[in-house]
Design a protein around this ligand. Structure first.
Ligand code: NDP
Length: 258
């Protein structure tokens, strides 16, 4: 094994959902820095264009696709088009599209519950299925799902059962597909981040009763950064993790070790 070259993703194509913002955008930057070409996916065309421009300014090769991951027919069409222009498949799929809503079980509206499950769990599955089909046919690929520490534990005092259930589902989806595809050359892993400083957590950071408590309960005593998550995504995308599939990696400053 050439240990000095483990992060070299030259010649590989990475499809990144939720790529216009936060962890997805930073992971795209990191994957491109390691040599991957990018297929950036998000449902806000304006934000996607801006993100692609900033990545191109840094030397990345980027194609963009406006896509709502909750629409299985649109996901199938987008995956066919993206895989088609890249020789039949992509080598890396990062499912980073996600939303968080903080209502408690007794307050959550029907539509909000459905939307969180639709984006975080069903959206991840539609993308896994459509890109995964091409990866299985090609006999290679690394799928990386964004789970959460909230998929492993009940993250009190933030009672957001829709989010916790969706992320618990993502973890189990990851394990199920990892085993189903284990002999095909396609690996499936997930990250379970703690509190990361992105747009998604801005609202929570504005609520000291949640945020201060959370920091107190985090052994490292601080939020993680998108860069710290992106580095683990590169690891899961690269040959450095070639014997890993079905793993859910905690990136949480020690929170779930307590
Ligand atoms: P961001 O909100 O910064 O990024 C998520 C991106 O996904 C946004 O660009 C968003 O678009 C997009 N998106 C939302 N819904 C859809 C959809 N239906 N179709 C396509 N794209 C969509 O969040 P983060 O980067 O913080 O989160 C990335 C992932 O990491 C999520 O899955 C999240 O649950 C997970 N995570 C984040 C943690 C954190 O602390 N930040 C902790 C643990 C897990 P728009 O902005 O227009 O809504």
């Amino acid at each position: 094994m050439d240990y000095s070259n483990l992060n070299n993703l030259g010649g590989q194509v990475a499809a990144v959902t939720g790529g216009a913002s936060g962890i997805g955008l930073e992971a795209a930057r990191a994957l491109a820095a390691c040599g991957a070409t990018l297929e950036l996916i998000d449902f806000d065309a304006k934000a996607l264009g801006k993100a692609a421009m900033s990545l191109r300014d840094q030397g990345a090769t980027v194609e963009t696709t406006v896509l709502d991951v909750t629409d299985p027919a649109a996901v199938a069409e987008a995956a066919a088009s993206i895989c088609g222009r890249n020789g039949g498949s992509v080598e890396i799929l990062l499912n980073s599209a996600g939303i968080a809503r903080l209502h408690s079980a007794t307050d959550v509206a029907d539509a909000e519950w459905r939307q969180v499950i639709e984006v975080n769990l069903n959206g991840s599955f539609w993308c896994c299925r459509e890109f995964g089909r091409a990866m299985v046919a090609a006999g290679r690929g690394s799928v990386i799902n964004m789970g959460s520490m909230s998929g492993n534990i009940v993250n009190a005092p933030q009672f957001a059962s829709s989010y916790m259930v969706s992320k618990g589902g993502v973890h189990q989806l990851t394990r199920a597909l990892a085993v189903e595809w284990a002999k095909t050359g396609v690996r499936v892993n997930a990250l379970a981040p703690g509190y990361i400083g992105t747009e998604m957590t801005l609202k929570m950071r504005a609520r000291p009763e949640l945020f201060d408590k959370w920091l107190e309960m985090t052994p490292m005593g601080r939020c993680g950064t998108p860069e710290e998550v992106a580095a683990v995504i590169v690891f899961l995308a690269s040959p450095a993790s070639s014997y890993m599939t079905g793993s859910i990696l905690a990136v949480d400053g020690g929170y779930t070790s307590l």
